[in-house]
Write a protein that binds this ligand. Structure first.
Ligand SMILES: [Zn+2]
Length: 154
């Protein structure tokens, strides 16, 4: 299966239909993983080598930390990439070179994923980015649908 097919199948599995909002997606990921998901902006993050977002697993919850960006779309893309890893079940390994500078209090084994967007060269990163694009398109579609709806019925 190619990445487009895998990404489409993953979106289908969320059972949200073709278009959905970001909040609906977050809800679906929490149901899917049966864990709370928190998304937190960490202003320092982007300062280091283009690291845009990181997914941390604690015993209680999934935590996505993302860099600040003045563009809401960029911020959304950072987070969607991490959500894509969650949907794809990419939590079986962890990066031993995790960001010490970032969260010195968190032991290495709880640091699961980090994203260096300039370095999208592993199969996992490429499929996550493909799925993130699909998710972004579905969210865009939802926004367009709602604005059309308001135009007609608002
Ligand atoms: Zn990634």
């Amino acid at each position: 299966m190619n990445n487009e097919v895998i990404a489409s199948a993953a979106v289908h599995e969320l059972a949200l239909g073709d278009n959905f909002t970001f909040d609906q997606l977050v809800g679906a990921v929490q149901r899917y993983r049966r864990r709370r998901l928190r998304i937190v902006e960490l202003a320092d993050l982007g300062a280091h080598d283009g690291l845009c977002a990181v997914w941390l697993m604690t015993p209680e919850e999934d935590l996505v930390l993302h860099a600040h960006s003045d563009s809401a779309l960029h911020r959304q893309q950072f987070v969607l990439h991490e959500l894509a890893h969650m949907i794809l079940g990419h939590d079986f390994d962890h990066d031993p070179d995790g960001p010490d500078f970032l969260l010195p209090d968190i032991p290495p084994k709880t640091r699961r994923r980090l994203l260096r967007r300039q370095d999208l060269d592993t199969p996992e990163e490429i499929i996550a980015e493909t799925l993130a694009d699909h998710l972004a398109a579905a969210i865009r579609g939802s926004a367009m649908y709602r604005s059309r709806y308001l135009e007609i019925f608002g």
